[in-house]
Design a protein around this ligand. Structure first.
Ligand code: PLP
Length: 382
């Protein structure tokens, strides 16, 4: 992206009006197959929607511009995109990822490494030197996210890129929580940006999609694209069209959610029933200085509270919430809450007293009083 601001790009969906109809919004082009002309040629080079559909291509072009990328590819879900990327891991190679991270992607890394005869190392994401120490000459992929879900520890992305490139590996960033509104990941040295478009990019909890963007158009990228086309994990035209609509409000949704989350974090820091607030926007957060450098327009709507009590207390607080809906996922306009240790099961390394909030764009006073009443009633101090 060079000539035009992110806000304008998104608001107008980078849409070029059809000269015949003059329509101001992109059309939904549902066709799965495209007719050949009299010479047997495909007029637009489109053959069949598994290889390319006009609406999906339009969404990909918009996402490439939003991220400042040369290429973008959409998949049927975030994990379909992650599977194509991590699936490029070969026998004898080594993959590095944080010990605490989005657990679905970590399960996938373990499975692929095991099946492909590769090795995986999980480093302590709260220790700034741990990533570099985990690298080896045979490391080929480093998969990070920052802030780390659900503790919101910060990893220095530019420093990671330098270390990772030093051993000739590729840096993948899960930027689901940090879209280009706040983090220009490719400019920081990331090779491939992964996003679950089901979250902030779409923003309305009604589309499942995954996105990869890159400026490193190399053999590994070609293999990822080949994987998608061979396994058919593409996005449908309807979902792509809804995603374009969601993207039009991405910057204002992201900023509103970030402002709400910061207000909640400030309110509950030092609260008698809260042991700790985990939010990189707080000055007291150990990663705050780095977060300010790499999250330049909001610290996201994601925060966690370590409540003053055990896992049962945290579960009771979660159940008592009325405005926050108890549901998986994040990045929608509506606020959601989860007790992550319960969701992740017995192997979870997430603290039992941690409650994860995906803060939406509601009136923040309603969200704060909801958490207040849930804490009070769970502690029996009605
Ligand atoms: C949701 C999510 C994913 C997986 O994406 P899906 O679209 O649900 O398949 C990966 N990483 C993060 C951080 C997520 O929140």
């Amino acid at each position: 992206m060079t000539d035009i601001s992110l806000e304008t790009l998104c608001a107008q969906a980078d849409h070029h009006r059809d000269p015949v109809s003059g329509d101001v919004v992109p059309a939904l082009r549902a066709a799965t197959t495209f007719a050949r002309d009299e010479d047997g040629e495909l007029p637009a080079g489109l053959r069949y929607s598994r290889y390319g559909n006009p609406t999906v291509l339009q969404a990909e072009a918009l996402l490439a511009r939003v991220d400042g990328a040369r290429e973008a590819r959409l998949f049927g879900s975030g994990l379909a995109a992650a599977a194509a990327a991590i699936g490029t891991l070969r026998k004898g190679e080594h993959i590095v990822a944080p010990r605490i991270m989005y657990h679905g992607a970590q399960d996938l890394i373990r499975k692929v490494a095991d099946e492909h005869g590769a090795e995986a190392t999980f480093f302590d994401q709260s220790d700034p030197g741990a990533l570099a120490a985990a690298l080896r000459p045979e490391t080929s992929i480093v998969w990070i996210e920052s802030p780390v879900n659900p503790t919101w520890d910060i990893i220095d992305i530019a420093a990671a890129a330098e270390a990772v490139h030093g051993v000739g590996a590729r840096l993948f960033l899960d930027a689901t929580v940090t879209p280009a509104v706040t983090t220009r990941a490719l400019d920081l040295g990331v090779d491939i940006v992964f996003q679950s478009a089901s979250k902030y990019l779409n923003g309305h909890s009604d589309v499942l999609a995954g996105c990869l963007t890159t400026n490193t158009v190399d053999d590994r990228w070609a293999e990822i694209v080949r994987h998608r086309n061979l396994t058919g994990g593409v996005l449908g035209a309807m979902e792509a069209w809804l995603l374009i609509r969601g993207l039009r409000t991405l910057p204002i949704r992201y900023r509103a959610a970030s402002a709400n989350a910061l207000a909640i974090a400030r309110h509950f820091e030092g609260h008698a029933l809260v042991e700790k607030v985990l939010y990189p926007g707080l000055e007291s957060h150990p990663g705050h200085a780095i977060a300010r450098k790499q999250m330049t327009d909001g610290f996201s709507g994601m925060l966690s509270l370590l409540v003053n009590g055990n896992a049962d207390f945290a579960r009771a607080v979660t159940r008592n919430l009325k405005v926050f809906l108890g549901a998986a996922s994040l990045g929608g306009v509506e606020s959601l809450v989860e007790h992550r240790a319960s969701v992740e099961g017995p192997n979870s390394v997430v603290p039992g007293n941690l409650i994860r909030f995906s803060v939406g764009i509601e009136k923040v006073d309603d969200l704060i009083s909801d958490i207040e009443q849930a804490l009070r009633s769970a502690s029996g101090k009605e």
